[in-house]
Structures are given as C-alpha cells and as structure tokens.
Design a binder for this molecule. Structure first.
Ligand code: ATP
Ligand code: MG
Length: 139
C-alpha cells in the first residue's frame, strides 16, 4: 500500500526485543514532535509494539518504517511492518481475539487493528506479511 505523500521517514531492522523497544521509541518520538496527544501516542505505540513483536516471534525478523504523512489538511504517522516470514493462512482467524499459533494470548494483531485509525494487512503464505497502520492528528 503506497500511502499519502511521505515526509520524514525512518527504517528500523527488527530482529529481537531490544529492536522492538527501539521501534516503540522512534514511533513515540515522531508523534511527540508532531504534537500528538499522549493518549494517541500510547495507542499507536502499543500497536507498534505488538506488530514489531509479531515479526520477531512469527517471522524471525522484519523491517519497520516510520513515516510522517499528509492527506488534504491532515498530518499523520504511518508505520509499515514488513517481513519475509511464513505469512498468515487465514487473516480473519488471526485477527480474532484468542487465536494464536504460538500458545500466547492471541491479542496482538486484533488489538493493533482496534487501536489504529487505519490498518491494512497483506500476506502471502510462504512469502511474508506487510502490515500498515496510520493515525491522524485530528482524530
Ligand atoms: N508477522 C507475522 N507472520 C506470520 N504470522 C503472523 C504474523 N503476525 C501474526 N501472525 C499470526 O497471527 C496469529 C495472531 O497474532 P497475535 O499477535 O494476535 O497473537 P500472538 O502473537 O500469537 O500472541 P500475542 O500477540 O497475544 O502474544 C499468530 O499466532 C500468528 O499465527
Ligand atoms: Mg502477537
């Protein structure tokens, strides 16, 4: 998904839990500098955390890009999580609360979707997964 026009942009390689923390920090820093509310920051950072963690747990590693975006008169943040892991066979099932192939709570993916203004997931079994989330300042 190629989004609205992108200004600041940052790529982070995510392979372990320290990288997940760095991903959280970078998303929060950009939101802070853009003047997002603390509540909006916390929602987005929680989603970032879950999606970054999913790349580590389910795909071994992946890339996150953090971008500032604009559409019409709205400014926003966009985070894209891309991995070359096993992909997801059934997206609806994976989004359902309580579904997990890792014996965990199965809250991450569905939770991230609920927390963000925009959520898009593209996945191909055997090739990988790409999740895009966005939050807009005026929400
Ligand atoms: N990047 C990914 N690559 C492959 N499979 C994924 C990926 N992200 C999620 N999944 C699949 O979707 C399921 C649901 O993800 P979700 O984050 O909700 O749960 P979980 O990671 O198993 O547990 P939790 O996040 O609650 O600790 C996972 O169990 C896994 O099968
Ligand atoms: Mg998860």
């Amino acid at each position: 998904m190629k989004g609205p026009s992108s200004k600041d942009s940052l790529d982070i390689s995510v392979a372990n839990y320290e990288d997940v923390i760095l991903a959280r920090q970078k998303a929060r820093e950009l939101m802070q500098s853009m003047g997002f509310s603390l509540l909006a920051q916390t929602r987005m950072v929680t989603a970032v955390s879950e999606l970054a963690r999913n790349m580590v747990v389910h795909a071994g590693r992946g890339q996150m890009s953090v971008n500032s975006v604009e559409k019409l008169n709205q400014k926003g943040i966009e985070c894209i999580f891309q991995d070359k892991g096993p992909g997801i066979q059934n997206i609806d099932q994976a989004l359902r609360q309580g579904f997990s192939t890792s014996n965990s709570l199965g809250l991450g993916l569905g939770g991230a979707k609920k927390l963000c203004a925009e959520f898009d997931i593209q996945t191909t079994v055997g090739k990988g997964t790409r999740v895009t989330i966005r939050e807009w300042k005026t929400r």
